[in-house]
Design a protein around this ligand. Structure first.
Ligand code: AR6
Length: 169
């Protein structure tokens, strides 16, 4: 069974097989985790993303899916880009958020990654309430069959860390 660990910190500083990026469907970068990963990982990541756009994902990577690129200068072998749903008050998009974790683990399995770091997908710019984002993240990882040995949630601030600690504890 997968071991869940929690770290307070910056996901770009993690030493793991794969770092998951909370991307947008353009795959061409943005703010938050996405901006930090491209900044620290260097231009090789964007070059791979552009190739993916030109080949498989001309219309962008759909919400809830995941795809891997090089990790460039990061201390990891791959970045797995996933597109979280924007939170909605009127629509329940939690299945799409769960899909981000499941699909990222599926891609990690295909790659042979054993350690994977995740941010709190959708819980920043995309507005997902942190407690609910943490519940979906932990429940989905626990209920997904995977060869990944460690899932490390890397939480940027106290609120995020506490929310994940309540779920994973
Ligand atoms: N390490 C770990 N967590 C971080 C880091 C970091 N370096 N930086 C921010 N966080 P967000 P989203 C936390 O907005 O909500 C981008 O522009 C942050 O505090 O990065 O899925 C993309 O291009 C929050 O708890 O991702 C998309 O357009 C969590 O990571 C859009 O934002 C996720 O925040 C995606 O929005």
């Amino acid at each position: 069974m997968v071991t869940i660990t929690l770290v307070r910190g910056d996901i770009t500083q993690q030493s793991v097989d794969a770092i998951v990026n909370a991307a947008n469907s353009s795959l061409l970068g943005g703010g938050g985790v996405d901006g930090a990963i491209h900044r620290r990982g260097g231009p090789a990541i964007l070059a791979d993303c552009r190739k993916l756009r030109a080949s498989y994902y001309g219309k962008g990577l759909p919400t809830g899916q995941a795809v891997a690129t090089t990790a460039g200068d990061l201390d990891a072998r791959w970045v797995i880009h996933t597109v979280g749903p924007v939170h909605s008050q009127s629509l329940d998009r939690s299945a799409l958020l769960a899909s981000c974790y499941r699909e990222s683990l599926r891609v990690a399995d295909e790659l042979g990654a054993r350690t994977v770091a995740f941010p709190a997908v959708s819980a920043g710019v995309y507005g997902w309430p942190m407690a609910d984002a943490a519940r979906i993240a932990v429940e989905t990882v626990r209920s997904t069959e995977t060869s990944v040995e460690e899932v490390r949630f890397v939480l940027f601030d106290d609120e995020a860390y506490q929310a994940f600690a309540e779920q994973a504890g």
